[in-house]
Design a binder for this molecule. Structure first.
Ligand code: HEC
Ligand code: HEC
Ligand code: HEC
Ligand code: HEC
Ligand code: HEC
Ligand code: HEC
Length: 401
């Protein structure tokens, strides 16, 4: 009970509405697990209306009836209920008969508290994601940019030299031909032919030509090797026309709601059909694409999504390490997924790509006691900020079993 009192005091700063006196901390977990997929704590519309101010719009008796069984409130002819039901295209809200009065009070205490703090906080990560996403896609993958530039310059020079040599060789063979067939063409051609023969016969030039060919072949091989298995831009057709643009973009459903593993472990997870049913049990049932979800569940056959991102087995990558500990946005590595109709691989996923980011990125040490000691040690040795490379991000064994 002491705990409940504490958080009520904390929530006290928020406007006290019809549901005053709830445990906002407990409410937060309940809201995130049950309501967040359809509602924002701000005024923003997700699947249902934004809940900011809902506790002021309604008394607690109405709220608790509505949350436990909104269909009953609508069926009873409550004018407000009928109005929003029609306004939201008769999308049925899930019923929560198991939530107690305390639970529901807690949820609205949390909404009141978060709703007043949210607008600024909600805008910040969105902007951050957009900018960092942009810089990440500009980073590209594979060998470093300078290396590529030098190679490219070399190739251009080689091609020029090669071109000149080819012209010389063709002139030479023509000259040799004219010499034997038509001596009348005159001294000039003959002399030119002779001197060119001299050049082509020069061992230095002959070995230079050979070297140029060897280097060209080498360059092509290196390029090829760097790109073996690289699938940047890969965007296969999926068995159901699921759109991230619609779900994550327009309806602003949180990535974590479907990709439940990102904060907890190695894999992000592809959602099971049951997660789709949380909404599509009621939303747009008649669509043939949605019917495919039903078929999958009836036949007990998982939907066969085509895998897009795939590292070779020899490399180890962990989502929680990057998203939860590192504080990176999905967009840093996956691009602006919320704008993609069909999901596409935006980063190269090569070793060079991982290393490049580990060299450049500062470790997120804020609010993380684990790093305090390291930061202290590091600042003694160097003036630069602590980078992922400094905590072992370049060690082979961290990424290879
Ligand atoms: C599957 C989506 C969905 C879920 C989950 C959901 N809601 Fe709703 N909610 C809606 C929709 C849609 C409406 C609009 C009315 C309608 O169409 O029935 C709504 C309306 C409301 C309203 C009335 C809003 C207003 O402006 O007066 C409240 C309050 C509400 N929901 C609270 C909750 C709470 C609390 C939870 C979690 C315990 C929750 N909802 C979970 C979809 C959902
Ligand atoms: C409503 C559920 C849902 C939401 C929300 C969602 N996704 Fe997805 N995601 C899926 C499904 C289903 C797939 C597999 C089908 C596909 O590739 O389109 C998928 C696939 C992906 C893939 C490719 C997986 C592979 O095969 O390599 C990435 C990356 C991804 N999502 C990132 C995100 C990000 C980032 C967000 C938030 C901006 C997000 N998703 C939000 C359901 C969701
Ligand atoms: C949080 C709620 C929610 C979840 C979870 C969800 N969707 Fe949706 N989905 C929607 C809404 C809202 C629409 C838009 C419906 C409309 O256009 O009226 C939609 C539309 C769609 C459409 C387009 C249907 C059409 O014919 O226009 C498809 C396909 C779809 N969803 C597939 C999925 C799949 C597959 C999953 C699970 C991986 C999923 N959805 C999970 C809310 C959700
Ligand atoms: C540091 C880069 C990075 C970040 C940040 C990142 N991912 Fe990934 N993601 C990857 C890589 C690399 C793979 C391929 C993993 C593999 O094949 O083992 C991947 C694979 C996936 C997949 C396919 C399924 C799986 O787990 O292999 C999904 C879905 C996905 N990511 C979603 C997300 C979401 C959602 C976020 C944000 C919450 C996110 N990712 C953040 C790099 C990243
Ligand atoms: C967008 C930048 C970025 C990319 C791309 C990236 N990482 Fe990381 N990585 C980080 C950050 C930041 C951390 C530090 C997280 C922390 O604080 O522990 C990290 C940490 C790690 C660690 C733990 C290192 C240690 O010493 O504890 C491993 C292993 C790792 N990454 C593997 C990979 C692999 C494999 C890839 C490529 C498939 C990859 N990373 C791509 C940013 C990135
Ligand atoms: C930050 C993570 C990371 C670190 C550190 C790292 N690697 Fe890798 N490595 C990868 C990834 C991811 C791949 C697979 C992608 C690819 O083939 O480009 C890979 C691929 C490889 C391959 C196979 C190449 C191929 O074409 O199949 C070898 C060999 C390799 N690494 C050796 C090393 C050695 C040796 C070190 C230490 C000096 C090292 N790696 C450090 C992430 C890393």
């Amino acid at each position: 009970m002491v705990h409940a009192q504490d958080s009520t005091a904390a929530a006290g700063a928020a406007p006290a509405g019809g549901a005053g006196g709830g445990d906002a901390a407990k409410g937060e977990a309940l809201f995130k697990n049950n309501c967040a997929q359809c509602h924002a704590v701000t005024e923003e519309r997700v699947v249902g209306p934004g809940l900011k101010g809902a506790s002021a719009r309604h008394d607690f008796a109405w709220l608790s009836k509505w949350v436990r069984n909104s269909q009953a409130v609508i069926a009873a002819g409550d004018p407000y209920a009928v109005k929003i039901y029609n306004e939201y295209a008769k999308a049925q809200m899930t019923s929560f008969p198991n939530l107690s009065d305390d639970d529901i009070k807690g949820i609205f205490a949390y909404i009141d508290k978060a709703g007043t703090a949210a607008p600024a906080a909600a805008a910040a990560p969105a902007a951050g994601g957009a900018t960092s996403g942009g810089s990440a896609s500009a980073q590209g993958g594979g060998p470093s940019d300078l290396f590529v530039l030098v190679l490219a310059a070399l190739v251009v020079v080689m091609l020029l030299v090669l071109g000149v040599l080819l012209v010389i060789v063709s002139l030479l063979s023509k000259a040799v031909g004219t010499e034997t067939e038509n001596v009348n063409k005159g001294d000039f051609m003959a002399r030119l032919g002779n001197s060119l023969k001299g050049i082509a016969g020069d061992p230095a030039i002959r070995s230079a030509t050979i070297w140029i060919f060897v280097l060209l072949v080498l360059k092509a091989t290196i390029d090829g090797a760097y790109n073996v298995g690289v699938q940047q831009g890969y965007a296969p057709k999926q068995p159901i026309a699921f759109s991230h643009k619609l779900h994550a973009g327009e309806y602003k459903i949180d990535c974590n709601y479907c990709h439940t593993g990102v904060n907890r472990g190695k894999s992000a997870h592809i959602p099971s059909a049951n997660i789709c049913m949380n909404c599509h049990g009621v939303i747009k049932k008649e669509s043939p694409e949605i019917q495919k979800i039903y078929t999958s569940i009836e036949n007990n056959q998982p939907i066969e999504w085509v895998r897009v991102h795939n590292l070779p087995d020899l490399a180890y990558f962990n989502h929680a390490q990057h998203v939860n500990v590192g504080g990176l946005e999905c967009q840093n590595c996956h691009g602006d997924v919320e704008k993609m109709e069909v999901i596409q691989q935006r980063s190269s996923l090569t070793m060079g790509w991982c290393i490049d980011c580990h060299r450049k990125t500062e470790v997120n040490t804020k609010d993380n006691k684990y790093y305090d000691k390291l930061v202290q040690l590091h600042s003694g040795e160097s003036k630069e900020a602590l980078k992922v490379a400094d905590i072992g991000g370049l060690e082979c064994s961290k990424c290879h079993y």
